[in-house]
Design a protein around this ligand. Structure first.
Ligand code: SF4
Length: 362
């Protein structure tokens, strides 16, 4: 039960997902206790350092430029702004700051240099630093590592089969390529996905096969529930049930015993009781802060009250892996190469956004 397997099949994972709930919970909680302190939960703060205007067409995302949402776009934040937000996050119990930029891929240049400086600044605050900046090359991943990055997030989102129904501007293999580039460094990998996008149970299992068969498995895996934002192609999808979330968390815990399983988007729709069951089923990380990039999230004080009620303690930073060193820009051995990550362009087929816009304007 405690071994790490990299040969999971979709059938095996589906069989776990569909177990009688009490049996599933018992098994997941047992695996969880073998690998983690069940009363400790990592608290991360997600910060949108550059919002909106993204050229990709992820069907769930209000930041895609082609959709007509109420998101206010913002240019890249300054290093000082990011530092102030990180200090605030630290004082309210976060051990990690995850900086998200709505980019297709990282481009070498002054903006990326600023992001590297943000990484250095937060690492020096003794917090874990994570970035989610889109696709990266090996050289860019190495430069992030050199600045002191602890984790890089790049979600698989869903199964390989369902992927083309969600995103048409890049392919599933492109995601895997970026993860492989990050793996060439000491930076840990954060990768997960979203449920409730109209996928079949086989797709949830398929996503977990793709994650669990990575060797090593991702150090952290966010499990998001779709937040259907008006103006996106998925605006009319009904919220996923809490039972599906609990089953997904428990199954993730069983197939990836050592991974930090993170409750992410969709937590505002979950009761405390529902979240408690997710923690019991093996979730041991949450995103804190009143916003997750652009969608709402529970208030930090409410989260701390929930922690008190459940006897949970926020995890300290660098428990799983030592703090990386920061190399200053002037001492860097790595030069920008000006390359772009290679990606496939499978064709743009997700045009439901236009339909959504016309319906709303009637
Ligand atoms: S999820 Fe990321 S890559 Fe996709 S549209 Fe949104 S910001 Fe762009």
């Amino acid at each position: 039960m405690s071994e790490i397997r990299h040969n999971w099949t979709k059938e095996e994972i589906l069989a776990i997902y569909n177990k009688p709930l009490m049996e599933l919970l018992y098994e997941a909680a047992t695996v969880h206790r073998l690998h983690h302190d069940p009363n400790t939960v990592q608290v991360s703060t997600l910060l949108s350092i550059k919002t909106g205007g993204c050229p990709e067409d992820c069907g769930y995302c209000p930041q895609a430029a082609r959709y007509h949402t109420d998101i206010e776009g913002n240019d890249l934040m300054s290093v000082q702004q990011v530092k102030a937000q990180a200090l605030r996050a630290k004082s309210s119990g976060s051990s990690r700051v995850c900086m998200g930029a709505a980019w297709r891929n990282v481009k070498d240049g002054p903006e990326f240099d600023n992001v590297l400086e943000m990484v250095r600044t937060i690492n020096k605050l003794d917090m874990e630093v994570c970035c989610t900046l889109g696709m990266v090359t090996e050289n860019q991943a190495k430069r992030l590592a050199e600045a002191g990055l602890y984790a890089y997030n790049h979600n698989l989102d869903t199964s390989e089969d369902y992927y083309k129904d969600v995103i048409s501007t890049r392919a599933f293999e492109d995601r895997l390529d970026t993860i492989a580039n990050v793996r060439k460094t000491n930076v840990t990998v954060c990768s997960g996905g979203i449920i409730g996008m109209g996928e079949a149970l086989e797709d949830r299992a398929g996503m977990l096969v793709a994650l669990a068969t990575l060797d090593p498995q991702p150090e952290s895996t966010p499990i998001n529930a779709l937040v259907a934002v008006p103006g996106t192609p998925m605006e009319e999808i009904e919220p996923v049930s809490i039972w599906d979330m609990i089953r997904m968390v428990a199954t993730t815990r069983i197939v990836m015993p050592q991974t930090q399983v993170r409750l992410s988007a969709g937590r505002t729709d979950m009761s405390r009781e529902g979240q408690a069951m997710c923690f019991f089923a093996g979730a041991n990380s949450i995103f804190a802060g009143d916003k997750l990039l652009t969608t709402p999230n529970p208030d930090v004080n409410e989260d701390m009250k929930m922690f008190e009620l459940l006897g949970l303690t926020p995890m300290k930073p660098f428990v799983k892996k030592a703090q990386p060193e920061t190399v200053e820009a002037k001492d860097s051995n790595l030069q920008p190469l000006g390359e772009k990550p290679k990606w496939t362009r499978p064709g743009h087929t997700i045009e439901r956004n236009e339909e959504a816009r016309l319906t709303r304007s009637k």
